[in-house]
Ligand binder design. Structure first.
Ligand code: SAH
Ligand code: SF4
Length: 353
């Protein structure tokens, strides 16, 4: 079910319905939302009472309620949110690693969700297990940044769309959210610090390539041939590798940005030397770097991560082919950092009483 009323955060200032209020009020409302981080419309005290009433009657203010916060300041923190519709989503806050002097910098990356559940059903992913429920609105995407900053008292300067859901399947709301996130009157995070991760929706990748924003793209590849990819990613039947890689090459040519190929290593499925060799070929063609992610156990799924020997061997093949590759041994594993897992636990807990 969709929310019945829009959030103030769903719209850009020109779209707000101010009733009879004059246009210069738009700037004040934006200041309350983004610069002063107001907690309610009632707090916007330099607006006339009639305008505050108008806004209260036309808009919802609060998008998210914090249900659970796991982790501490110098680790990965995971936030479970309840939406107005009673659905759950999650965001993950990742601190920058220690700098040379052993001081922790104040750089934080937030991983945000774009949908409740996911329709794409990748066989290794917790987000897809319960199917797709609904798209997040633009404001529900933006609110994850604002509420995380509020709750954790941090400033987020890097954003990755790698949470629950397929961002490019919620294209219009994603674009609206990006406009608000990128704007100087809004959240103010530069496009260069924003990465969209996709399971490979070729037409939307081409659409994004024609967009002016200089957003970074990460492709969840997870298999270097149609055969292998198809086993774990049903979306590959719709957009096979040849078509998908052509769309990515188009993106790379138009944006001149370094792409990332994400590759979850699953024992006996996609961890062979042959797959590594072909992956290197794709990476070189796209001038992409590769992130190798050892499979993270999901309750109810039978897959396993390869041994360290096999992981190192896979990485070595990429390095020998002069491809930049990094193994992501996530610190967040112990708190279920792969997105979708905290929500799954919550749903199971509610189902059992
Ligand atoms: N739908 C988009 C973005 C969200 S998926 C996409 O697929 O790219 C979020 C990321 O979580 C994916 O890139 C995938 O690499 C990672 N992921 C999902 N399940 C995982 C698991 N079991 N172990 C490790 N990473 C996982
Ligand atoms: Fe959806 Fe991405 Fe999970 Fe696949 S990996 S089910 S596309 S969220």
């Amino acid at each position: 079910m969709k929310p019945t009323r829009p959030l103030l955060l769903d719209q850009i200032p020109e779209e707000w319905d101010l009733g009879a209020g004059p246009d210069y009020r738009r700037k004040q409302v934006a200041e309350w939302l983004f610069a002063k981080r107001a907690n309610s419309i009632a707090e916007m005290t330099n607006l006339p009472a009639s305008l505050r009433q108008q806004l209260e009657s036309a808009y919802d203010f609060t998008a998210l309620k914090l249900t659970k916060l796991q982790g501490s300041h110098d680790t990965t923190r995971k936030l479970l949110w309840e939406l107005r519709t009673g659905d759950y989503i999650e965001s993950v806050l990742i601190p920058a690693s220690l700098d040379l002097f052993g001081e922790r910098s104040d750089r934080f990356t937030l991983c945000v969700s774009t949908q409740v559940g996911c329709a794409y059903g990748c066989k290794f992913c917790a987000s897809g297990l319960e199917g797709w429920k609904r798209n997040l609105t633009a404001g529900e995407i933006v609110a994850q940044i604002i509420e995380t900053e509020r709750v954790t008292k941090t400033r987020i300067n890097n954003l990755v769309f790698m949470g629950m859901g397929e961002p490019l399947a919620n294209y219009a709301n994603l674009m609206q959210a990006l406009q608000i996130i990128n704007a100087s009157w809004g959240v103010g995070i530069g496009a260069r610090h924003i990465t969209i991760s996709t399971s490979g929706l070729a037409p939307q990748i081409r659409e994004l390539a024609d967009q002016p924003l200089q957003i970074r793209l990460a492709l969840s590849l997870h298999g270097a041939t149609d055969d292998v990819r198809q086993q774990i990613m049903p979306v590959n039947r719709k957009y096979p590798l040849a078509e998908l890689l052509d769309a990515c090459a188009d993106y790379q040519e138009k944006k001149r940005k370094m792409m990332t190929l994400e590759y979850i290593l699953i024992e006996g499925v996609n961890d062979s030397i042959e797959q590594a060799t072909l992956l290197a070929k794709h990476a070189r063609r796209l001038h992409a770097k590769v992130n190798l992610i050892p499979y993270n156990t999901v309750e109810g799924l039978e897959w396993r991560r390869p041994t360290d020997f096999v992981i190192d061997r896979f990485e070595a093949v990429l390095h020998a082919a002069k491809v930049t590759a990094t193994v992501r041994r996530e610190k967040g594993h112990d708190i279920d950092a792969a997105c979708g897992q905290l929500r799954l636990k919550q749903l199971k807990a509610e189902a059992s009483g």
